[in-house]
Design a protein around this ligand. Structure first.
Ligand code: PLP
Ligand code: ZN
Length: 485
């Protein structure tokens, strides 16, 4: 034997198809499609042969996934460990893996747990390669794109998205890795984007085009392009992204050894692609008896961007877009979520299986989002503002008596705190604009304290300066002297 590791790859191939949530028509998956050509409705992808997966029982599936988790090939380690549940029509040569998925759950310290009043963990999706969960979906969407390029022999294709943040960072990174014949373009609203938000797509070599208006205006142009040219659209309208993001649910289930008893999952909602994937992912696991009960899922929205809260409060009668106000959970600041039809459909199914309390949407205040993020990070987490929104959601659910007892919460920190550090800095400096409606709590503010000026240092001379600086700091911090003098 050569000692080479046998390459992981399953034999199973499903029949992937786009199906329209509005008119029910389906289309083959060998195309780039983003809306139903018959009615304009929203697509999800499904495996028409999914029932064949039932030939294996839940225990056998669990064993398969657990075995793969111990394998040494990149494919088995990342999100494609769950190949059969996600996009089982893609060939191994087409799968793109840049180290996405496999993110840790980090438990709250004893101190933080006692402040909050319930044990919980953050699942750090900011530990994905471009530092947000979007990489899960992009890995799947770009794998499909690669398959299309191979099958159709395309010599040129444009990967395009409209985004002010994490979507463009992720799309540009995957496009850069694929290289020819993929060209990557990001459309951004001029003047609405920070230098930090530009840094990732520019660094990946994407063509960044600025247009007047806001995000929604850019999105309309992207949709026009996708409707008229050979263009891969990478916003979450792209149903392949949803499949990749289901891996978030699979990983939680596996992390908890497939036991969902007493588990509550908190997910921030923006365009609602992520919550769609979480609902869909757990439902698939349940259908195949890989888990025997469903965890409870709480979607969280800011009071400044809360269309789903309003829909569920109305008794699921009427959905209307809301005009958003400024939110520190900027990545979730969306008034007309593209994936609303997907959530509506899947939530009905989820509640049918697990009861009404198994899926709920909670509204939180901007103040609580900021304060929760800062509180979490002061206890060793790396939560972004959307992660703060998840914790604010847990606190609201506790206040409302919706969770408690022996329950355990898993909170989604959807990006790395560094990406949203600007909000922390403005909070500390007391410079968050009024429209956020956030006051800086002095107990959470942390600012550097400047000691000595350069002129003072120069005047003292090297040795005397070190002595005075050391003694000054010792006095400030009440340090005890060393016993040995
Ligand atoms: C995209 C994004 C969200 C919102 O996810 P949706 O799928 O649009 O609901 C939340 N947090 C971060 C960091 C994001 O990038
Ligand atoms: Zn349709």
């Amino acid at each position: 034997m050569s000692g080479a590791i046998a390459p992981f790859f399953p034999d199973y191939r499903g029949k992937m198809e786009y199906y329209c949530l509005d008119c029910g028509q389906s289309r083959g998956a060998d195309e780039l499609l983003y809306a139903c050509s018959a009615c304009g409705g929203t697509f999800l992808l499904r495996d028409a042969d999914f029932d064949k997966l039932r030939r294996m029982d839940g225990a056998a599936w669990r064993e398969v996934f657990d075995r793969r988790a111990g394998e040494k090939t990149p494919l088995a380690r990342g999100i494609f460990r769950y190949y059969e549940l996600m996009a089982p029509a893609l060939e191994p040569e087409d799968l793109v893996c840049l180290g996405e998925g496999h993110t840790p759950e980090v438990e709250a310290s004893k101190a933080l747990r006692s402040i909050i009043g319930l044990p919980f963990a953050y699942k750090n999706d900011g530990q994905n390669p471009s530092a947000s969960f979007k990489d899960r979906g992009m890995a799947c969407a770009f794998s499909h794109l690669k398959a299309m390029i191979r099958k159709h022999g395309w010599t040129e294709v444009l990967a395009v998205c409209a985004s002010t943040g994490d979507t463009s960072a992720a799309a540009a990174m995957y496009a850069a890795h694929l290289g020819e014949p993929v060209k990557s373009v990001v459309l951004l609203p001029k003047g609405k984007v920070t230098a930090l938000q530009l840094a990732q797509p520019l660094g990946s070599g994407a063509r960044v085009l600025e247009l007047p208006g806001v995000f929604d205006d850019c999105m309309k142009v992207v949709e026009y392009l996708a409707g008229h040219y050979r263009v891969a659209l990478l916003n979450s309208k792209n149903a392949w992204r949803i499949l990749g993001q289901e891996s978030y649910a699979y990983e939680i289930a596996q992390w908890h050894d497939w036991n969902m008893e007493g588990l509550c999952i908190f997910v921030p909602i923006g365009n609602a692609g992520n919550i769609t994937a979480v609902l869909s992912g757990f439902l698939k696991l349940h259908t195949l008896d890989i888990i025997s009960n469903l965890p409870r899922i709480f979607g969280v929205q800011s009071a400044h961007a809360d269309p789903l809260c309003r829909y569920y409060e109305s008794g699921e009668k009427e959905f209307f877009p809301v005009r958003v106000r400024s939110s520190v959970a900027q990545a979730a600041m969306i008034g007309a979520p593209v994936s609303f039809p997907r959530v509506r459909r899947l939530a009905v199914e989820y509640r049918r299986v697990a009861g009404d309390s198994a899926f709920q949407v909670i509204r939180v205040a901007e103040q609580d989002i900021m304060d929760s993020m800062l509180l979490a990070n002061r206890h060793g987490h790396i939560a972004c503002t959307q992660g703060g929104e998840s914790l604010a959601g847990l606190r609201a659910a506790l206040d409302l008596g919706l969770v408690g007892g022996g329950e355990y919460a898993v909170l989604d920190s959807t990006a790395h705190m560094l990406k949203f550090a600007d909000f922390q800095n403005r909070y500390f400096a007391g410079e968050l604009e009024r429209e956020y409606a956030v006051r800086s709590d002095p107990a959470l503010v942390n600012l550097p304290l400047s000691l000595f000026s350069q002129a003072e240092k120069d005047a003292l001379g090297e040795e005397e300066y070190i002595r005075q600086a050391g003694q000054g700091i010792a006095g400030l911090l009440n340090l005890c002297g060393r016993a040995d003098g």
